[in-house]
Ligand binder design. Structure first.
Ligand SMILES: Nc1ncnc2c1ncn2[C@@H]1O[C@H](COP(=O)(O)OP(=O)(O)O)[C@@H](O)[C@H]1O
Ligand SMILES: [Mg+2]
Length: 246
């Protein structure tokens, strides 16, 4: 298993957001965590990546194993620098006053200790531009002038620049027109198939998430209430009723 989350409990102060959730992801899989607003999806991703953010929750019990080793106490930067995981956060967080290309180059920081860093960054940028030709066309444009869909592609592109083998995405479909949304999911699937990048995507849009992922879990008010292949979940009467509009 690439990632094993065991009985994870996380809190914001006195508020427990995840009440002991367990799930796993194998290398090369696309897995989704679906759930309504407030279910705990972002909390789950933030507790895996543990970005040094004030809004990240505190892990109060449970374990996170990566390749069988605990990363519960690992430094967030070490996870990125060792190309173990990278998060595309909710709401994109790109630099509006920098160009597309500058945004991408900044994200290559995780290679700074590598003697081939310039070469690695150039290769990563080629990959991003191949996956998202729109970004190549707009490479000199400032981030703030991009459409919402293009900004989301740039946010994904920045994460790819880290060279991570495992990427996590927080509601990437949010606010995107269907055409751009499918373009983005197609690019992510190519990454998975051609580069063997493992993907965890959390989504409120259960329909799209189950079309995209091979397997998934349903998160409801901090607990996992169902899990299985996407086909199994899509056929589950409870999931259908609550998340797929009957
Ligand atoms: N910074 C925070 N402080 C306190 N409670 C929070 C914070 N962020 C989220 N929560 C609470 O944790 C629960 C899960 O939220 P979240 O992980 O953001 O859900 P989702 O991403 O599925 O919408 C919610 O009850 C939410 O109110
Ligand atoms: Mg969220």
């Amino acid at each position: 298993m690439l990632l094993e989350v065991q009985n994870l409990t996380v809190s914001y102060g006195n508020i427990e957001a995840l009440h002991g959730i367990s799930f796993n992801i194998d290398r090369g899989e696309i897995v989704t965590l679906i759930g309504a607003n407030g279910a705990g999806k972002t909390s789950a991703l933030l507790s895996l990546a543990r970005l040094p953010k004030p809004e990240a929750p505190l892990i109060t019990s449970g374990e996170i194993l990566y390749d069988g080793k605990s990363i519960r106490k690992a430094e967030p930067h070490a996870l990125v620098q060792n190309h173990m995981m990278a998060l595309v956060p909710e709401g994109r967080h790109i630099f509006g006053n920098l160009s597309v290309q500058e945004n991408l180059q900044l994200a290559a920081f995780s290679h700074r200790k590598d003697s081939r860093k310039a070469e690695i960054a150039a290769e990563a940028q080629d990959l991003v531009f191949e996956l998202f030709p729109r970004l190549k066309e707009r490479r000199k444009q400032r981030g703030e002038l991009l459409s919402g869909g293009e900004q989301q592609m740039l946010a994904v592109g920045r994460t790819l620049m880290t060279g991570s083998n495992f990427i996590m995405l927080d509601e990437p479909s949010m606010g995107l027109a269907p055409k751009l949304m499918y373009e983005m999911f197609r690019a992510l699937r190519r990454l998975n198939q051609e580069k063997n990048i493992t993907i965890l995507v959390v989504e409120q849009n259960a329909k799209v998430a189950l079309e995209f992922a091979g397997r998934g879990y349903v998160l409801k008010t901090g607990e996992i209430i169902a899990g299985g292949t996407s086909e199994q979940l899509a056929a589950n009467p409870e999931v259908k009723k609550a998340y797929l509009g009957g």
